[in-house]
Design a protein around this ligand. Structure first.
Ligand SMILES: NC(=O)c1ccc[n+]([C@@H]2O[C@H](COP(=O)([O-])OP(=O)(O)OC[C@H]3O[C@@H](n4cnc5c(N)ncnc54)[C@H](OP(=O)(O)O)[C@@H]3O)[C@@H](O)[C@H]2O)c1
Length: 336
């Protein structure tokens, strides 16, 4: 009797201990960025700083006395995040909540106007905000673009371009584009950037594919945008780099994950997913490490350069830049 109780208890305990040990072993390859250099006097602007990787990035920078602008689509969430950080770090840097909805060109313009009126320069812009929405939901931005194209790519494309003078004034300054290694699964179909066909297929199928093509394509666009911008800003003292935080447990998949996924996928989550804080390490490194100052156009993962498997093509890069420019100027999806 006693021995069977012991066996029943031993099995789950052994599983938990084994998972804990494997996770610890795996996390050895997840680089921890340690740097205490003071960032007083530097202004960092982080999109989507109220949650996940953006929030942890903000915390790490505030700890080093940086001034951080929380550019968020919900001002209350930004204020709550700031209040919580302030409780943890009463002597940290300054934090400023500001409204920015990347799904609206009008909101981006208003935001930039306020930034320009309030700040003389920006030292580091971190394009972090992002969404993942199942394609069958056919989500659109306020201006009518497919949601991943609009928020993850066009919103940041427009925001960054409007802030270029401020970034140049902050030189040596940086733009950090938070992409993902999922860009390697992306594909750019210029004849259907708004993914009409994919959305129709997804609605018919009524189920999501393993990798959301809208999201992967937008993460590829992030990479192309950063590469093109790095070239355009060469010699200005503004570095532009892309990074992947790794597979992290955040709110990013809130629209795709159902309660039963948590049970079915628990071992994967426990073994392979980083915390948001672990994911933020490479972002903070790209945003603040002095050893990479002057190096631009690279992709980082685990605080070191990463060789993408995507066959980047200069013509595709230039075409995407020009098309993005046209779409932002037209302010609505136009036939290309
Ligand atoms: N988590 C991962 O495994 C993973 C892996 C690779 C790359 N990434 C990238 O990491 C970045 C941060 O994602 P996360 O994992 O930290 O997810 P998250 O916790 O969901 O954070 C995303 C942030 O973006 C904001 N956002 C969404 N739509 C916006 C809009 N229209 N305007 C302004 N802000 C908006 C969200 O605001 P609300 O809170 O108001 O929704 C939130 O603050 C994303 O670019 C993502 O692609 C994540």
């Amino acid at each position: 009797m006693v021995s069977s109780t012991v066996v029943y208890a031993a099995v789950p305990i052994s599983v938990i201990v084994a998972i804990g040990l494997i996770r610890k072993w795996r996390s050895r390859s997840w680089t921890k960025y340690i740097c205490n250099t003071c960032l007083r006097g530097k202004t960092f602007l982080i999109t989507g700083a109220n949650s996940g990787i953006g929030l942890e990035t903000a915390k790490a920078l505030v700890k080093r006395k940086a001034r951080v602008i929380f550019a968020c689509r919900d001002l209350n969430k930004a204020k709550n995040a700031i209040a919580n950080i302030r409780k943890e770090q009463p002597t940290g840097g300054e934090m400023i909540p500001m409204l920015l909805d990347l799904s609206s060109f009008e909101s981006i313009e208003k935001f930039v106007e306020i930034v320009k009126a309030g700040f003389h320069k920006i030292d580091v812009l971190i394009n972090n905000a992002g969404v993942v929405v199942p394609l069958d939901q056919d989500a659109k931005t306020k201006d009518g673009f497919e949601i991943h194209l609009g928020v993850n790519h066009l919103g940041h494309y427009y925001l960054t371009n409007l802030l270029l003078d401020h970034l140049k004034r902050g030189a040596p300054s940086r733009v950090v584009v938070v992409s993902s290694t999922l860009h390697e699964k992306g594909k750019i179909n210029f004849a259907d950037l708004n993914l009409k066909q994919e959305i129709e297929d997804a609605k018919r199928r009524k189920g999501s594919r393993r990798h959301n093509p809208g999201y992967c394509n937008s993460k590829l666009m992030n990479c192309y945008f950063a590469r093109a911008l790095a070239d355009k800003l060469s010699g200005t003292g503004v570095d532009v780099n892309t990074c992947c935080p790794g597979f992290c447990y955040t709110d990013l998949f809130r629209n795709s994950i159902r309660w039963y996924h948590y049970i079915l996928m628990a071992p994967v989550f426990l073994l392979f997913m980083r915390s948001a804080q672990q994911g933020a390490q490479t972002v903070v490194y790209c945003a603040s490490d002095y050893s990479i100052e002057g190096s631009s156009g690279k992709f980082y993962r685990d605080c070191e350069p990463y060789d993408s498997k995507y066959p980047f093509d200069k013509d595709e890069e230039i075409k995407l830049w020009n098309v993005s420019d046209e779409l932002v100027k037209a302010r609505k999806p136009i036939p290309l």
